[in-house]
Design a protein around this ligand. Structure first.
Ligand SMILES: Cc1cc2nc3c(=O)[nH]c(=O)nc-3n(C[C@H](O)[C@H](O)[C@H](O)COP(=O)(O)O)c2cc1C
Length: 447
């Protein structure tokens, strides 16, 4: 007789015998019941209404002017509409796309920006975004970021970074030779993060997330290949983490509210030779816990490897979904208080609940599934769906990334969302992209 597993949907005529324990497990670990559980954060004391988090996705719906940096970064009506839509999706925590802290150091054109040097910090507009995202009881967190060396040369020919290690070009995008930050420059960056958090707090956000993943500035500091400094911000791991710890302290000082959530998105490993490894990220996670970080969202890779969406992960031995589950499990087992969010590749409610059940995550992060179906979480929690919509893309992380970006724009503009589970729509999209950004698309298709 095969052992009974609570998540397996057995054919009607092949039901294994259920023991008292397995029956108990079914009622205890019904995937939906498990995912519906609220999560209380250890330091802020705030509670998310369920175990779902909408992971950060760069919306690129803010104003942008090439020639006038002061005409950049303002949240638009489209952005508000996007968050109104996600709010209806019953998601426990909504994290915004990366908000930049300097008007001329951007991840992409159309990024939102909170920069004290702009004529306005857009408090009224941010208050609208917070109101929209919180309208159905979600916690809303603003992700704060600086691209460091990962900024297109068209936006910033003189990037600032821990050291002068150039970012190799990718998908036709070129990057400038970075200039190492001075100590005053580092202090200025720390203060800018704190100021942006202060503005978001005033606008009604429940917290912030520092982007310490995917090869952006704070993650460049952690990695020895991009941080060659010999001062107190380089060398030992504690030194390399110093800018992050100073930023957290500065945010607390600026916001002055113990219930304001501070979280971090962290690479569990960089997937690059001599990049951050899991042993180092465990140490960093412990430092973050000591600093009072409520939750750590586990991700991996960098722009260079385009890995944040890749399915090819060394630790995901038998996996199917949840790329970073094994890493999240290792990090979580080394933490006592901070909660862990696993993000990347989740598709089914069973796979999500499984990650929670095995102790790998307290919360499940979803990004691309929520651009195809903004109400997916609500539908899962109502028992109306048990998996995310598939897609008919060739196995190309970059294309799936661009497709999600297009869906974000559609939601923001109030248009119908393109169904990429339809091969015709996929073919049409690829043809359109090939016309618009041929280099990036051919690289994506053949990489
Ligand atoms: C269009 C798009 C934009 C993204 N922008 C960000 C971002 O601003 N900050 C970030 O930390 N991750 C960003 N990501 C990565 C996602 O948060 C997430 O880590 C990744 O997509 C894997 O999760 P998924 O498999 O559920 O999509 C982005 C992903 C997509 C598809």
């Amino acid at each position: 007789m095969q052992p009974f597993h609570p998540f397996v949907q057995y054919p009607f005529d092949q039901q294994p015998e259920q023991t008292t324990t397995s029956r108990y497990m079914v009622s205890m670990f019904n995937p939906v019941e498990l995912l519906r559980q609220p999560v209380t954060f250890p330091f802020s004391g705030r509670t998310a209404k369920n175990r779902f988090l909408k992971s950060a996705m760069s919306e690129r719906l803010a104003t942008f002017s090439n020639f006038d940096p002061c005409g950049r970064g303002q949240p638009t009506e489209e952005l508000v509409r996007l968050y109104e839509t996600w709010a209806k999706g019953d998601i426990g925590i909504i994290v915004t796309g990366n908000i930049q802290i300097k008007k001329d150091h951007l991840e992409a054109t159309g990024n939102t920006i909170i920069d004290k040097d702009l004529p306005s910090v857009y408090l009224r507009e941010w208050t609208e975004v917070a109101r929209a995202a919180k309208s159905q009881g979600s916690l809303v967190i603003g992700q704060l970021s600086h691209p460091g060396r990962q900024v297109s040369i068209n936006i910033q020919p003189y990037p600032e970074a821990p050291s002068d290690v150039e970012q190799p070009s990718i998908g036709g995008v070129l990057f400038g030779q970075p200039m190492p930050l001075t100590k005053d420059g580092i202090k200025d960056i720390v203060n800018r993060f704190a100021y942006a958090a202060f503005v978001l707090h005033r606008a009604g956000f429940d917290g912030v997330q520092l982007h310490v993943a995917h090869g952006y500035l704070l993650s460049q500091f952690l990695t020895t290949t991009t941080n060659m400094r010999t001062d107190e911000y380089g060398g030992s791991l504690v030194n390399r983490a110093q800018i992050i710890l100073e930023t957290i302290a500065a945010i607390r000082q600026a916001v002055q509210s113990p219930s304001f959530i501070i979280s971090v998105k962290l690479n569990a490993q960089d997937s690059a030779p001599q990049g951050l490894c899991i042993e180092e990220s465990i140490m960093v996670a412990k430092l973050l816990e000591i600093a009072g970080v409520d939750f750590i969202e586990v991700s991996g890779g960098a722009y260079e490897q385009n890995i944040r969406s890749s399915r090819d992960k060394p630790y995901t031995v038998e996996t199917r979904e949840g790329y970073f589950v094994e890493y999240a499990e290792i990090l979580r087992s080394n933490l006592d208080l901070s909660k862990v969010v696993a993000t990347g590749g989740f598709q089914t409610s069973q796979g999500m609940a499984d990650a929670v059940l095995r102790g790998a995550a307290d919360i499940i992060g979803l990004a691309r599934p929520l651009t195809a179906e903004p109400l997916l979480v609500r539908d899962i929690l109502r028992g109306e769906k048990n998996r995310a919509k598939g897609d008919k893309f060739p196995e190309s992380p970059m294309l799936r990334f661009v497709a999600s970006a297009a869906q974000i724009a559609e939601i923001g503009n109030g248009q119908d969302i393109t169904d990429f589970d339809n091969a015709f729509h996929v073919a049409r999209f690829i043809a359109k992209m090939q016309k618009e950004i041929p280099a990036a698309i051919s690289e994506a298709l053949f990489s």
